[in-house]
Design a protein around this ligand. Sequence first.
Ligand code: NAP
Ligand code: MG
Length: 505
Amino acid sequence: MTGTNFPSNYVEILPEVRAFLQSDLKLHIGGRWLPPISGAAFETFDPSTGRLLAHAPSAQADDVDAAVRAARATFDSGAWHLKLTPSERGRLIWRLAELIEAHAPVLAQLDALDNGKPVTKAQNVDVPLSAEHFRYYAGWTTKIEGATIPVSTSGMFNYTVREPVGVCGLIVPWNYPLLMAAWKIAPALAAGNCIILKPAEQTPLSALYLARLFEEAGFPPGVFNVLTGYGETAGAALVAHPGVNKIGFTGSASVARTILRNSADTLKRVSLELGGKSPNIIFADADMEQAVVGATWAIFGNNGQSCTAGSRLYIQRSIFERVLTGMSDQAAKIRVGMGMQKDQPDLGPVVSQEQLSTVLGYIEDGRGSGGETVIGGQRIGGSLSNGYFIEPTIFTQVQDSMKIAREEIFGPVVCAMPFDDADDVLRRANETPYGLAAGLWTRDLQTAHRFAARMQAGTIWVNTWGDTDAASPFGGYKQSGHGREMGKEAIDLYSEVKSVWIRVG
Ligand code: NAP
Ligand code: MG
C-alpha cells in the first residue's frame, strides 16, 4: 500500500523492510496478530521527506482490555515466571538479543525511516545497545535474590523473596524508538513480568517488528504484547486499566503528570524517566579540544532529541569566545541530511512537523527575548525542504531567566552563557526543576569531585558526555523522574519484595 516510493539518493531499502511496510500491520496480543477491534489506523511518516511510510493499527480501549486480559492470563498461569526456570528465562532473553543482532539492518532501517536518524547511527548505536541491554538482563534472571533477616522475635525465621510486579504497561517515546523500549522491556522480563508496550505514535514500526522476534525466539504467548496507537487513547487506557500493575514511562513531564493523575484510582506503580535542561560547565583549565568537541555533541547528538542533551552550556568567561568559536566551527562542519541517504549525514531531521514547529518557536522566542544566534537558527530548505530539518543552533546573550534557558527544547539548540566563579555557576546549574544529567570539563580533581557531589542530577559526566551502560543506574532527580532504570536498580523497579515469617521455635 505504502512505503514503496523512496528518493533515489536513499540506500537500498531491504526487501524485509519493504515487505514489512507493505504488510497489513496488526496489534500483537496474546501471541496473535490482531487488527484493532475498531479497524482504526494512523499514519506514520518519514521525517526526512514528509512522505507516508505505513498505516499502523490504532489501539483503542477495547484493544487495551484484550491485551491486558492476555498478559494477565499468561502472568496468572505462571507460564513465564513460574513454569520456566530462571535459567530458561535467561536463555530466551539472550536468544532475543541474538535475534536483534541478526536483524540489525532491518531494525536500523525501520528506526531510520520512522525517526529520521542516520541509518548508520541506528545500526551502530541504537540496535547494538538494545541487544546489549537484553544480554545484560538475561544474566540477571539467575541472580535475583532475597535475604535472610536476623529478626529479633524469638523462634521466628524471616526471609525475603523478590517477585515480579505482574503486568507492566511500558509507554515509550520516539527519540530512540527501539532502545527506549529495550531499556524497559529487558529488566521487566528478567524480573518475570508480562508486558504491554505502547510505542510513540511517531515511531511505531520497530516495536511491531520486535514482536516478531519475540515469536521467533519462542517466548510463551502473552509475555510480550504491542499496542500501537495514540497516547490519549491507547496510552491513557493502559494507565487507567485495573489489570495493569505498573506503568513504566519515558517522555515529557506534562504527560507524566497526566499519567500520575490517571493512575491514582488504581494506585498502580509508576516509574518515570522524563526530560531535562542539563547544565554542562566548561572550566578554563579544561582540555580545550576535548571540551569543545564534547560540548558540541552533548547538544547536537541525536539532534538534541535526547533527554540528557547538554542544553545549558556554562563557559568560564576567560575562555568564552574561544569555546564559542571552536563550537561554531564544529557545528558548521556537521552534515545534516536524510537519515537514509547514501552519503550518510551526521544528523537527520527532527522527528515531526510538530517538533519542527516547537523548536522553531523556541528559536523565535529566544531571538525575541534578546538572544543572538552565533550559528544556525533556521529551518533548512533546498533539497531538504520537504523534511523537518533545522540548522544546529548556538545562542549567546542568554539570561538564565529566559524561556530558552529554562524549558526543554528537545532540538539542536544550545544556550551558551559565561560564568565567573565556581559557586555562582553551581547555583545556576542547580536552579532548574529538572535533574536528569549534569556535566563539567576540568583538569582539577577537587573541582570534579566537588561538583559531582553537589550537582543535583541522577547522572554526572566529567570530561565526557552521554555515556550510559546497561549496568549503571540511570534516572532523574526532581522533575526528571521517579526511580532508576538500568543496573540492579531496574530489577528493583520491576519487582516486589515479599517478607516471609516462619515459626520455627
Ligand atoms: P510525550 O507526549 O510525553 O509522549 C511519550 C509517550 O507517552 C508516547 O508514547 C505518547 O503517545 C504517550 N502518551 C501521550 N499522552 C499520554 C497519556 N495521556 N497517557 C498515556 N500515555 C500518553 O512526548 P512526545 O510528544 O513524544 O514529545 C514531547 C516532549 O517530550 C518533547 O519535546 C520532549 O521535551 C519530551 N520528551 C522526552 C523524552 C525523554 O527521553 N525523556 C523523550 C521524548 C520526548 P503519543 O506518541 O501518541 O503521544
Ligand atoms: Mg506526543
